[in-house]
Write a protein that binds this ligand. Structure first.
Ligand SMILES: [Zn+2]
Length: 279
């Protein structure tokens, strides 16, 4: 297209390029507000990375105890049911395990209590990348309001990753009890209005749908969910020329050290260069 040669360039290029994102973390953690968020979110990417050798862990801040229409629903019974559904879905994706932090559904707050819980999870599992809801999404681009818990979980995940998890003096009792500081090198923010990378999930979109099917208590009309999921992933896939993709706002905190695959001391300085060359 000749339009791409204008000074402004191709708008898609400006939004992260037209190639599939291929970097893969050896270990990754998904931090979500509710059971089912990870499956409506990055489940196909998680499935693909796990198939290719990554190890994944899922953290649910709440157990979805407010996720029903009937006000007489027993919230503890609902939480137990939703944890069972999430564990079944996590098995479909292939996570090594799931942690539930049992924070209140609908009242999640990015406070120091939640941050300490997340720092503990990060320092135990020691992921290279954390996947979380983009906290800056107040309204979804197409329509609708992003749930307050999704925003709170996103802010909490970002704040736990940087600087708390890597600072031994943040919650110092954690380091004293053996949970050493840990540097998460990348954030992949999903449900973002400012996608910068797209992962080809043509091979694992069916796994995402299978994982979603496990959340039976939340699905009144699975056909609609399936149709919407397929259309949305196809739309993102089209941007990189594949059948299906999931998109993220990527934040590189530490560059890879080419020698041993770990973060190098001066990595933060080259952050801007990396951010400009993603995709
Ligand atoms: Zn949710």
């Amino acid at each position: 297209m000749t339009e791409a040669d204008t000074p402004e360039g191709d708008p898609l290029e400006a939004a992260g390029g037209t190639e599939a994102h291929t970097w893969r973390p050896a270990r990754f953690m998904v931090i979500a507000a509710h059971p089912d968020d990870a499956d409506f979110g990055p489940a196909a990417t998680a499935s693909r990375w796990i198939d290719e050798g990554s190890v994944g862990w899922l953290v649910c801040c709440t157990s979805g105890d407010a996720g029903a229409e009937d006000p007489d629903t027993d919230p503890l019974e609902l939480a137990a049911l939703r944890e069972r559904e999430q564990r079944a879905a996590a098995e479909v994706v292939g996570y090594e395990g799931v942690s539930f932090l049992h924070m209140p559904d609908g009242a999640l707050v990015n406070d120091l209590i939640l941050r300490e819980h997340l720092v503990r999870e990060i320092r135990i599992f020691r992921p290279d990348a954390v996947l979380a809801t983009d906290p800056e999404t107040l309204f979804h681009r197409d329509r609708g309001v992003n749930h307050t818990d999704h925003r709170a979980a996103g802010y909490a995940a970002v704040d736990a990753v940087y600087p708390a998890a890597r600072n031994p003096m943040a919650f110092p009792w954690l380091a004293r009890e053996g949970l050493a500081a840990h540097r998460v090198r990348r954030l992949y923010l999903f449900w973002s209005n400012t996608m910068t990378v797209r992962v080809d999930v043509s091979g694992t979109i069916e796994r995402k749908l299978d994982a979603l099917r496990a959340h039976a208590s939340q699905l009144k009309d699975f056909d609609r969910v399936e149709q919407w999921t397929r259309e949305w992933s196809a739309e993102i896939g089209k941007e990189i020329g594949v059948a299906a993709a999931e998109g993220f706002h990527l934040v590189v905190i530490d560059e890879d050290d080419e020698a041993d695959g770990t973060a190098s001391a001066g990595a933060v300085e080259s952050e801007a260069a990396e951010a400009g060359s993603t995709g």
